[in-house]
Design a protein around this ligand. Structure first.
Ligand SMILES: [Zn+2]
Length: 339
């Protein structure tokens, strides 16, 4: 327990400090009810996420086997995403940045993020993001074509269904995640203090179709792994929990790990975060086989960061479930009000 201040003056100072702090964090979005988790699972069971993965595989095949930032494969992937977004009724924009590339001279490489917004209150922006780039070693279909496919279908579903967001949803396709989270870092670095306040939360998706995978979502309150996100992250965790529980789908939490994915810069800026992950180099436990099926002792994604992360390296059922889960969280926060 914290030590109590000894005097009224000290208490007043503490109160003043907490009021200043609460100006940044107190009025976060309260997740709304009213979005039907089972209807969304049914909806996304019929949507074409795998078609996007096939397109990204063709793009990698035509561009030396990968889609890494700064390559022709990344440019072609970006054009595909932009075409899909435009066809759905969005106006995607590129946000350019440069990052230090690999190799002896480590010269600057130009790259970009793609951002696409819905209508809705920009003062409560819900950022939904995942990286578009692959590693140089392979086509990156599970990592993270799967997240890109989920985001594209959620963006399309919002338009197709006539969904009317109270809060602006910003879909962000990050570049150079596989380098050093450079795209998402740049995005957060460029936000003014006011824009940080106007960012209600960040939802990340990085690997949503691991072939021997699990259903996991981030441990927002740190109750399982000790690394809590900013205030509001617990509610995001609860939203994902509700989705899986309502659909009788076993699921587990996964920790926030510094440097692991694009949530890091958002959490560092004090923006609540959460998201989805189906696993990489960890071996599947017997308990996980009981919950999800699959093969015990085998890696959740045996092709993580390898040339074999192809269209054959996916679990299409898992991708449907995770896409629906992300759609549920996105819609729930798109309809939420400030608390
Ligand atoms: Zn990734």
């Amino acid at each position: 327990m914290m030590k109590r201040p000894g005097t009224a003056a000290a208490a007043a100072i503490l109160l003043a400090i907490s009021l200043v702090l609460s100006g940044c964090t107190a009025s976060r979005l309260n997740p709304a009810g009213g979005v039907d988790p089972r209807a969304l699972l049914a909806e996304f069971s019929g949507r074409g996420m795998v078609g996007h993965l096939e397109a990204l595989q063709r793009i990698a095949d035509d561009n030396g086997g990968n889609r890494a930032s700064g390559t022709s494969g990344y440019e072609a992937s970006a054009r595909y995403v932009e075409e899909q977004l435009r066809a759905a009724g969005y106006t995607p924009v590129r946000q350019t940045f440069s990052f230090r590339g690999e190799g002896r001279n480590r010269k600057q490489v130009e790259s970009f993020n793609i951002l696409a917004d819905t209508a809705g209150d920009a003062g409560n922006t819900v950022v939904v993001g995942g990286h578009l780039d692959s590693v140089r070693e392979g086509p990156g279909i599970n990592d993270n074509g799967s997240g890109v496919a989920a985001m594209l279908e959620i963006a399309r579903w919002m338009k197709d269904s006539g969904f009317s967001p109270a809060n602006r949803v910003r879909f962000a396709f990050w570049g150079a995640e596989e380098d050093d989270l450079d795209g998402s870092r740049h995005y957060v670095d460029e936000l003014s203090a006011d824009e940080v306040r106007r960012t209600a939360l960040y939802l990340n998706v990085d690997m949503a179709a691991s072939p021997n995978g699990v259903r996991s979502f981030h441990d927002g309150d740190g109750s399982d792994f000790g690394e809590a996100g900013p205030k509001g992250s617990q509610e995001i965790e609860e939203v994902f929990f509700r989705f899986f529980e309502s659909n009788s789908l076993p699921a587990e939490t996964t920790p926030f790990v510094d440097g692991d994915s694009d949530y890091e810069p958002f959490l560092r800026a004090g923006i609540p975060g959460g998201g989805l992950f189906t696993g990489e180099v960890e071996s599947k436990t017997k308990a996980q086989v009981q919950a999800y099926g699959g093969v015990a002792g085998k890696k959740l994604d045996p092709c993580y960061h390898k040339a074999c992360d192809t269209i054959s390296n996916i679990n299409a059922d898992l991708l449907k479930e995770m896409s629906a889960a992300l759609a549920y969280a996105t819609a729930t926060y798109a309809l939420a009000s400030r608390g």
